[in-house]
Design a protein around this ligand. Sequence first.
Ligand code: KIV
Length: 300
Amino acid sequence: MSVTQLRVGQPQPPSPQRVTSDTLLQKKLARRPIVALTAYDYPSARLLDEAGIDVVLVGDSLGMVVLGYENTLPVTLDEMLHHTRAVARAVRRAFLVADMPFGSYHSSSRDATRNALRFIKDAGAQAVKIEGGSSRAKLVRRLTEAEVPVVAHIGLTPQSVHSMGGYRVQGRSREAFERLSSDARALEEAGAIAIVLEGIPRELAASITAECGIPTIGIGAGPDCDGQILVFHDLFNLTFAPPAKFTRQYADGAAFFAAALARYRDDVAARSFPNDAESYHLSREVHAALDAARPHARKA
Ligand code: KIV
């Protein structure tokens, strides 16, 4: 196998200044957009970090785009911790947020706190993200008191797919507009450091962003949020699905990989890979000794 060049034992450039929750707040105040993206493994996380992405989220979208589940509900705590550790090994500058998976913060607040602490203590995240509105405010307060920074997530919350009756844009009616606005206020008051706004009308996202003292990070929420986040696999056409309205594909990763895979398949089939330069060889002395000992053996 080839060996990924890890940073261990390598001469290192000076550590970049780490993005913190305060950096995000300063960006909001200075009206400089926060750039966020998901990552689930070492190489992609390292590319994101080196590209200057401010926030790397190990999203539970992992379940769909990497693990092939139908939705995010089956993702386990162990799967999230495993991928968060891989991403944490790569990230030196970005603010690293890990999603708490469905079921890991829904029973007792004691279990939720214990699970959240694992992301910070064992896996190297700087914050956790939980989905839900005012009903999560108490938990946000409890985690904040336990020194676990919390990013809230309201609007289209994929872990509520069954109770929402599918993936639908939220906050379109006047009542829903008011409810989501009051959810955002409650979560800010409870101590959330930022709020992800997903799948809501642009006008609602703009209004929450103007009202809230903490940064908002939008996905399918229009351009007026303090920052934007997308799923890595949407950016690179790696989802095997037509893109949603709110995504933008920046490269055709599927076409890129498919073309390389076809070339590899054809080269192996034609015996043109590997060639002699891609092979290891015996030394001349060992070759000669073997030839002398086995004069009738077939010459390579
Ligand atoms: O799981 C995820 O990737 C997310 C983002 C889409 C915000 O929650």
